[in-house]
Design a protein around this ligand. Structure first.
Ligand SMILES: Cc1ncc(COP(=O)(O)O)c(C=O)c1O
Length: 407
């Protein structure tokens, strides 16, 4: 699908102050974090200039304005994900904390020794280690879906792993390391048919595709604001209201309580039960601005542009000797992971950095995946809608020169 003629990448780029202050930079590390449009920076600044106060507590108008801004941000996140209710959104520090919340609260209260959790080889450490800790504590078994040679999931194996003891599938919507997009509809339907719950790690998918939690029919979904044009320090958990209602607190302090007494303490209803302490207020406002900004874009045009850049990159890479694309699953997201016959990815990344091309090298917080691929790491080029065709051409030329030098 060609990019919409209405899509103007220069106009999009002009909205990102960092790209203006680094005009020569070719930023291909978008899977690590995206840059922020001006409206996000403005929203945070405006919050501090006009509405700064602590939320939910103080009896003055400024506090009321801050609370309104914060709860408005929750409604924006709910709208963005098409959640049925705003109180299904719990603010967290990011995707990692949201997964830990589910493991600590839902997992500890619901899982019994012998229960099983299915993960996939594609997962980021954030969607592995919390389940390992829970498994060790509760006597659970982790089962792992392997990969086919192109980096897609071995679905036959997944269906075999599902059984009466399966309680949870925790799966990424888009692999940060090799770009695979697992078939969530099929995975979720099969898990539910076995009575298991599903957690979707949308940390990468959130910036590249519309997500509709009601259509998806998952049970939990997590993401971080900083990977979707928003600020660091905040993210969210979406969970079905009926699941949240039965989940016990996991962190304790102010905000999450109803009444405290030395004789016994009672807790707020969700989502506040899971938001101990002063929440990230300005960051919530910045996140809402980012999601509103993205919703205001022609998302199909952005996705078509990213896909077109990715195809151009892959076509050019195919011409370079000694380069192998790791992960070629159909429908993969806009990122390319590379292994080299005659060069170490770290050396290649250093050469590229000297030309102001920002990439990521290593295991991408997916060491089990690298182990399965028999690689110590890859060089990752991760794209975003503000990247340009000229940048792709420049990267291909720089890679050709670098590999020639390193031969
Ligand atoms: C797929 C995936 N899951 C989870 C995370 C963790 O996100 P954060 O570090 O923002 O909590 C990342 C970050 O790279 C990711 O790519």
């Amino acid at each position: 699908m060609p990019a919409s003629p209405a899509f103007d990448v220069a106009a999009l780029r002009a909205q990102f102050p960092l790209l203006r202050t680094h005009p020569g930079l070719i930023y291909l590390d978008n899977a690590a974090t995206t840059h922020k449009p001006e409206v996000v920076l403005d929203a945070e600044r405006r919050f501090y200039e006009t509405s700064n106060a602590n939320v939910h507590r103080s009896a003055h108008r400024l506090a009321h304005a801050a609370t309104e801004a914060f709860e408005g941000a929750r409604r924006t996140v709910a709208r963005f994900l098409n959640a049925a209710r705003a109180d299904e959104i719990v603010f967290t520090r990011g995707a990692t904390e949201a997964i830990n919340l589910v493991a600590h609260s839902w997992g500890r209260s619901q899982m019994r020794p012998g229960d099983e959790i299915i993960l996939t080889t594609l997962e980021h450490h954030a969607n592995i280690v919390p389940w390992q800790l829970l498994a060790a504590e509760r006597g659970l078994t982790l089962r792992v879906v392997g990969l086919l040679p192109d980096g897609s999931l071995d679905l036959a194996q997944y269906h075999e792993l599902l059984g009466p003891r399966t309680r949870l599938l925790a799966v990424t919507a888009l692999s940060n390391a090799i770009g695979t997009r697992p078939p969530l509809g099929e995975l979720i339907a099969a898990a539910h048919a076995h009575g298991a719950r599903v957690l979707v790690d949308a940390a990468q998918a959130i910036a590249h595709e519309p997500l509709d939690v009601q259509a998806l029919e998952a049970d939990f979904l997590v993401f971080s604001a900083h990977k979707v044009f928003g600020p660091t320090g905040i993210g969210a958990l979406w969970a079905r209201a009926e699941l949240l209602a039965d989940m016990p607190p996991w962190q304790a302090g102010g905000e999450m309580i109803e009444r405290v007494s030395f004789a016994g303490t009672t807790y707020q209803a969700p989502p506040y039960r899971f938001e101990a302490g002063t929440p990230p207020l300005a960051q919530a406002v910045g996140l809402a601005a980012a999601l509103d900004w993205l919703s205001g874009q022609d998302r199909a045009a952005l996705a078509a542009h990213e896909a077109e850049l990715c195809r151009a990159l892959e076509r050019g890479l195919a011409e370079l000797p000694g380069v192998r694309i790791v992960g070629t699953a159909p429908g993969k997201g806009p990122l390319v992971s590379l292994a080299f016959d005659h060069a170490h990815p770290f050396d290649v990344a250093q050469f590229l950095d000297a030309r102001d091309i920002a990439t990521r090298v290593g295991s991408h917080c997916a060491q089990p995946l690298m182990e399965a691929l028999h690689l110590s790491g890859t060089l990752r080029l991760s794209l975003c809608a503000y990247n340009t065709r000229a940048e792709i051409d420049a990267v291909l030329a720089a890679l050709a020169d670098t590999l020639e030098l390193l031969r």
